[in-house]
Design a protein around this ligand. Structure first.
Ligand SMILES: [Zn+2]
Length: 69
């Protein structure tokens, strides 16, 4: 395969509050799809999706640099 590594296509969902990928489904039949974040312990409705953990890492790096500049 000429040394090419094709990464498995999957998205990573993160907390919209603290950008942690450590979110668990929080079930509620009447309230719809929710998650609970294991890092900030917020119940979140909106998640951010990234193409990969690398994309998330790049985003967080850019965000950090923007905040520090
Ligand atoms: Zn969080």
């Amino acid at each position: 395969m000429l040394g090419t590594i094709i990464k498995q296509s999957m998205t990573i969902e993160v907390c919209s509050n603290c950008y942690s990928p450590r979110i668990s489904p929080y079930m509620g039949f009447e309230t719809g799809k929710r998650y609970i974040c294991q890092d900030c312990e917020n119940i979140i409705v909106v998640t951010f999706e990234f193409e990969s953990i690398d994309a998330l890492a790049a985003f967080l790096k850019d965000k950090q640099e923007a905040e520090n500049s």
